[in-house]
Design a protein around this ligand. Structure first.
Ligand SMILES: Cc1cc2nc3c(=O)[nH]c(=O)nc-3n(C[C@H](O)[C@H](O)[C@H](O)COP(=O)(O)OP(=O)(O)OC[C@H]3O[C@@H](n4cnc5c(N)ncnc54)[C@H](O)[C@@H]3O)c2cc1C
Length: 476
């Protein structure tokens, strides 16, 4: 076997690992993808299937607006780099207003089928239960991507901890319930997207809305606050991720918090009572292509399973709801990446190991897949002997690399304040807000923020394409 044809090993076939494997194979380098789900008796606390790239909670890749939304920009960058996660997501989208949401089973099956069919990809169902094996002349273990996610198996997590001498960092992440559509009462609920916003598929009525008056809202908050919660005594000091707070934790912050968050009633009109404004509205988003399942948007919860059905059936329209899946809370583990990883996302203590996905301290399906995409390209370039740098910080992808490898500030005494982050414009170098548009017309003050985002997105895509075109890897 020539050096060039040695395989690269990817550990973990989630969002990041699947994308990394695809990018490596597309660069003409053989890849062996090791995924532990599929081995009898081996699972994580959140995955339910053996499929690659399984979505564990919501089915949304969030906004698809590349001009004004940072995650939409990340979508665009990934599409420009032939992302398998984006192409399968686009092929399996379901209506979701301005967001890109997918049929979770169809999406995962498509990613699995594409990887299984690729001649350069070998999928092995096994747990890597410790540090990856020693490298020899031919086995390829000199170039490894670890993409084992927030629920990395305990044996591998322990080996990484021992190697780095660092305590793992962690936070809580929660899952929202999914409801069978035929158990929703459409004499009460109605379909409409907020502000009738049309989605990529042209649907302006993507969400199911369940209205509440003031008395119903107050009773619901009381039930949420008093309902029995799952306790995690051994993880008492573990923080929540702010973008994914359990609904009861939000309610504890103030009785009105939910009305200004996931239950906000704005931009929606009850067709049965158009003159009366609902006091609060619960939204559900289509979860599968058949339209038989809907997930409760923003309703991630740590209520005990027995209590969930009772409390959520207080929501008008859901009084007879049947739940396909209940919510739950999981501990999420990530590395102290700014200290441990270099800008190639290699472990300084063992550079043959690259890390990708949520375990590096990015947060979310899209961000995790983006880091898989990048490490796949970096690893393939290294295998081909054609060095490649991470994209510039002006791109969404480069900004994520900057965040996980050193863009944050530590606290006094060097105590790490590194926390997982969704992509956002604050991670990219700032630009002056424009005062006039491309035609020289003055932009009103309140629209300048939007105009600035558009400029930042255009700058990012241009830089990303220049990076791609100068890259030593083939481009399709
Ligand atoms: C409870 C929970 C809810 C979440 N909800 C959302 C959400 O609603 N929206 C969102 O955008 N993000 C959500 N996230 C975050 C989301 O899981 C991640 O962003 C994303 O799945 C991470 O992708 P990944 O590839 O890094 O990890 P994963 O997709 O989890 O993939 C890791 C893979 O590695 C495998 N594996 C683990 N250890 C080993 C081993 N030793 N050997 C072989 N294989 C191994 C696992 O089986 C898994 O398939 C949630 C996370 C959790 C834990």
């Amino acid at each position: 076997m020539t050096d060039i044809l040695k395989p690269i090993h990817v550990v973990g076939g989630g969002l990041a690992g699947s994308e990394a494997a695809w990018q490596i194979a597309s660069a003409g380098v053989p890849v062996i993808l090791h995924e532990m789900r599929g081995v009898p008796g081996v699972k994580t606390d959140a995955h339910h299937t053996d499929g690659l790239a399984e979505l564990v909670c919501s089915n949304s890749f969030r906004s698809d607006d590349w001009e004004h939304n940072a995650v939409g920009l990340l979508h665009a960058e990934m599409r420009a780099l032939d992302s398998i996660i984006m192409s399968c997501g686009d092929a399996h989208q379901v209506p979701a207003g301005g967001a890109l949401a997918v049929d979770r089973d169809g999406f995962s099956q498509a990613v699995t089928a594409k990887l299984e069919a690729h001649p350069m990809v070998t999928i092995v169902r096994e747990e890597i239960a410790g540090l990856p094996p020693e490298a020899d002349e031919t086995n390829g273990w000199d170039n490894v991507i670890v993409a084992t996610g927030p629920l990395t198996s305990p044996a591998l997590a322990a080996a990484i901890l021992e190697l780095t001498g660092e305590d793992a960092l962690s936070f809580f992440d929660a899952i929202a319930p999914i409801v069978h559509a035929d158990s929703i009462d459409f004499d009460i609920a109605w379909r409409q997207s907020r502000y009738d916003k049309e989605g990529p598929g042209g649907d302006a009525a993507a969400y199911v809305n369940c209205p509440m008056d003031k008395a119903q809202y107050e009773a619901f908050i009381d039930a949420l606050l008093s309902g029995p919660k799952a306790e995690f005594k051994e993880w008492e000091n573990v923080p929540y991720f702010d973008g994914c707070l359990p609904i009861e934790v939000m309610a504890e912050r103030g009785r009105e918090t939910l009305r200004h968050g996931p239950m906000k009633p704005v931009g929606l009109t009850n067709p049965r009572d158009p003159q009366v404004k609902s006091y609060a509205i619960v939204q559900l988003r289509q979860d599968n292509a058949l339209g038989t399942l809907f997930n409760m948007v923003g309703f991630q919860t740590k209520l005990k399973h027995g209590a969930q059905a009772e409390v959520f059936r207080m929501i008008p329209g859901l009084q007879d709801a049947q739940f396909a899946r209940l919510g739950g809370l999981h501990r999420n583990t990530f590395l102290n990446s700014p200290k441990l990883l270099d800008r190639q996302l290699r472990l300084k203590a063992m550079p043959r190991l690259r890390f990708a996905g949520q375990v590096t301290g990015v947060e979310g399906y899209v961000e995790s897949a983006a880091m898989g995409l990048l490490t796949g390209r970096l690893a393939a370039a290294e295998r081909l002997g054609r060095p490649l740098e991470a994209p510039p910080v002006h791109t969404a992808m480069g900004a994520l690399v900057e965040h996980i490898t050193g863009g944050h500030l530590d606290g006094p005494g060097g105590i790490s304040r590194f926390q997982p982050m969704n992509i956002n414009y604050g991670l990219l170098p700032p630009l002056e807000a424009p005062k006039v548009d491309e035609a020289g017309v003055k932009i009103p003050m309140k629209e300048r923020g939007r105009a600035k985002k558009r400029l930042m997105s255009m700058r990012a895509l241009e830089a990303l394409k220049a990076w791609r075109d100068a890259s030593p890897l083939p481009h399709r």
